[in-house]
Ligand binder design. Structure first.
Ligand SMILES: [Zn+2]
Length: 527
């Protein structure tokens, strides 16, 4: 329809050119995603692909966008998201699109749909505003076969899990993910993980891991991830690389060296990071693993027994002591369904609200009560800025949000769901000079595309999918804060997904041009 109108408006001399591009971006500075500095060129887009990049292209197209000397870069690929379920509620994926993200890789931290084929088909029928690829989550695979049991798998159970992984990889999963601080990931022995990882590797998948520990025992946790890569014969992605707990601040120099040594030995290992000093996850991570086995009924029953409550109090107090803290003020509830007045308040504050004593013992009781009531998501302020910056300088590190699609004004979630990329470009590139603009763009585009086998994305080159962002590097900024997280990033003037304008002059067009991206890079499977 629009094309027809476009034709009518064109001079007759142009009608002979039946390959008139859908879109032409002119007057932009191209940052192509390789890490090279910008150059001046125009970009012509047709049928969802970049057809020509060149200087002074003829000004003929159905739509001409004047980039006004802004940066033109590949759309950002966020390799660590958790968008299952949210696509249905928020198919426009505003929180990602306004932050320049055009592709989300979901299914991280061991959590995904078990039937990846069905999930990806559903994405194609839904048509969200972003492209979606998925990993297969190991916790959910284990749940499907063993439930939340705290024990080793039998030979028959292992066989069933291997079959699920094989099917998911054939259906287009990008690899296997683990969340080894979550139930039942935490109950899984390394050998079982290696067996599953081997199948993912056979199909050119990656092993993406939220490691068993990101604090005191991080060295051993990295060792385990590297071992799974070596023995599973597949590339490793260490998710949301960080150092948790005040007592561990400064250790990133050593943990990054560990990654470097593995690379030097020939293992393809890379990492990703969100640019904040707080993490976010379930409040249940404050409790010992064995308390959380076998589902909510069992958890409730356990947490009602005085002996167990005492054990949990001791556990929480010991961890606080290690951090050098007297109160659970570093844990802030993001969303608590039964009582939303908790949202945005620390455990210390909630405990006082409940009229309890102002001490860590009572705060531990409050944590247990929240867990008995169904649990909550929380933001944990536990990282040091020195580590965040040190990790950000690391060249084999991608920028990834670890976020869901945010529902505007719901709860007080971690701001990373709105501002991750704009924060890196505004704060860490422009203001702090921690990395260059072209390097930041490389980490948001071609590096993730290479790692996750997205062969036609992540670079501005002829023939590539037209996922493109146009932004002003002098104004791009995140606006989401821990206190007021519901604010979209600014500075992205145009965002294209598969050649379709999804942000036009700074506004979401309601276009939903995203599609499912399947791993089909295993043409030759070696048995
Ligand atoms: Zn995680």
């Amino acid at each position: 329809m629009f094309k027809w109108i476009g034709w009518l408006l064109l001079p007759t001399t142009l009608l002979a050119q039946n390959n008139l591009p859908d879109l032409l971006i002119v007057n932009g500075r191209i940052l192509d995603g390789t890490g090279n500095p910008w150059y001046q060129a125009d970009v012509a887009i047709h049928n969802g692909k970049i057809v020509t990049i060149g200087k002074n292209l003829p000004r003929n197209a159905y739509r001409i966008i004047d980039a006004g000397n802004r940066i033109v870069a590949p759309g950002f690929i966020d390799v660590h998201t958790h968008i299952e379920e949210d696509e249905k509620r928020e198919p426009l994926a505003m929180s990602f699109i306004y932050d320049g993200v055009t592709t989300c890789i979901t299914g991280n931290c061991g959590m995904s749909n078990v039937n990846i084929g069905q999930y990806l088909n559903w994405i194609d029928s839904l048509k969200p505003s972003v492209n979606v690829a998925s990993l297969l989550g190991q916790s959910d695979v284990r749940k499907a076969v063993l439930g939340r049991a705290n024990r080793n798998a039998t030979a028959e159970e292992l066989k069933q899990m291997l079959q699920i992984v094989e099917k998911a990889m054939q259906d287009g999963a990008m690899g296997l993910s683990t969340g080894l601080i979550y139930i039942p990931g935490t109950f899984t022995p390394t050998d079982e993980l290696i067996a599953l990882a081997r199948i993912a590797g056979k199909y050119n998948g990656v092993y993406a891991t939220h490691m068993r520990d990101e604090g005191d025992s991080i060295t051993q946790a990295i060792e385990e991830a590297l071992r799974i890569g070596r023995e599973g014969n597949l590339p490793v992605q260490i998710s949301h690389f960080k150092l948790s707990g005040q007592q561990n601040w400064g250790r990133s120099k050593k943990t990054l060296a560990q990654v470097d040594q593995a690379r030097a030995s020939g293992l393809d290992v890379t990492i990703d990071q969100y640019p904040y000093t707080a993490s976010s996850t379930s409040i249940s991570t404050l409790l010992p693993d064995h308390i959380l086995a076998d589902g909510q009924d069992s958890i409730q029953a356990r947490l009602q027994r005085p002996a167990i409550r005492e054990e949990v109090i001791k556990y929480i107090l010991a961890r606080l002591k290690k951090r050098g803290l007297r109160h659970l003020n570093y844990a802030v509830v993001a969303y608590f369904k039964p009582d939303t007045s908790y949202n945005g308040k620390s455990i210390e504050e909630i405990n006082l609200m409940k009229g309890r004593k102002h001490n860590a013992r009572a705060e531990a009781e409050t944590v247990m009560d929240i867990q008995i009531a169904g649990g909550a998501s929380a933001v944990f302020h536990g990282m040091g800025e020195v580590d965040v910056q040190q990790i950000m300088k690391y060249p084999y590190n991608m920028i990834a949000s670890d976020a869901s699609i945010r529902v505007f004004n719901e709860g007080v979630p971690h701001p990373r769901g709105y501002g991750t990329n704009a924060r890196v470009l505004g704060l860490f590139v422009r203001e702090k000079n921690i990395l260059t603009l072209e390097e930041a763009i490389r980490r948001m585009t071609s590096l993730p595309a290479q790692k996750f086998n997205l062969k036609d994305r992540g670079l501005l080159k002829e023939g590539m999918a037209a996922d493109i962002v146009v932004f002003d590097e002098k104004t791009v900024s995140d606006r989401a804060t821990f206190e007021k997280p519901h604010a979209y990033s600014i500075g992205f003037e145009y965002v294209l997904v598969n050649g379709v304008l999804t942000i036009d002059q700074g506004k979401h067009t309601k276009a939903r041009a995203g599609k499912a991206l399947r791993n089909n890079s295993f043409g030759l499977v070696v048995q």
